[in-house]
Design a protein around this ligand. Structure first.
Ligand code: GTP
Ligand code: MG
Length: 196
């Protein structure tokens, strides 16, 4: 799919502030610092579209971007950020729960997972919860430029195994790098397929 136009639309602190639901919506979520905002910039070929930082906790609101005047892309805050206060964590959780449970036009959630690590409880639990809600999701392994092919394949294999303990099939998954652009065509192609 060709990206003709990608623009920031708005940031929302609550679900009821989010834009109209007339277009399909694709959301990116995962641990703080996993590379959600960087991936969005890579996919849209637009550095600086979504704000990134080497310090976790950069994205704190629900950020909507419009793409080709046809669909929304959503950058969400990260989960599992140790340094936020309990109150902030609760607020964030409520925001995400509300969003995942109620957002009518939510078409697919991309759950980002750092490809350098073995399966993490917090990510597995998050996907488990999406499954319970019946929200369609895919897995996106990030930062693959940071490890060699053998290590990457080993980690992907471990993940597949872990997922099969819970699911009948492994969800659709992608291997990506915001640095090299790996996975861009596959991921955009997938959105294009769903959007048809
Ligand atoms: P929060 O908004 O804080 O939840 O983080 P985020 O998931 O949006 O992460 P962000 O895109 O801000 O990236 C975090 C850090 O990882 C930044 O320093 C990025 O430059 C770096 N990073 C992100 N993706 C990649 C990647 O594919 N390869 C490499 N080498 N670094 C990456
Ligand atoms: Mg971010």
């Amino acid at each position: 799919m060709k990206i003709q136009k990608a623009e920031f639309l708005k940031s929302s602190a609550e679900l009821n502030q989010c834009p109209e639901t007339e277009w399909p919506e694709y959301a990116f979520i995962g641990r703080s610092n996993v590379g959600k905002s960087s991936l969005i910039n890579m996919l849209m070929d637009h550095k600086g579209l979504a704000k990134t930082s080497s310090r976790p906790g950069k994205t704190q609101l629900i950020n909507h971007f419009t793409v080709n005047n046809q669909w929304y892309l959503v950058d969400l805050p990260g989960y599992g950020w140790a340094k936020v206060s309990k109150k902030a964590k609760e607020k964030f959780q409520l925001l995400i729960v509300d969003y995942m449970e109620k957002r009518k036009n939510l078409t697919n959630v991309f759950v980002l997972i750092d490809s350098r690590h073995e399966p993490q409880k917090i990510d597995l639990e998050f996907m488990e919860w999406l499954g319970e809600l019946g929200v369609p999701f895919s897995m996106v392994f990030t930062k693959i430029d940071k490890l060699n092919g053998n290590k990457l394949n080993g980690n992907l294999k471990d993940y597949r195994k872990k997922m099969l303990e819970r699911w009948e099939e492994v969800p659709v998954s992608f291997s990506t790098s915001a640095e090299t652009g790996a996975g861009k065509l596959e991921l955009l192609g997938y959105i294009g397929e769903i959007n048809r």
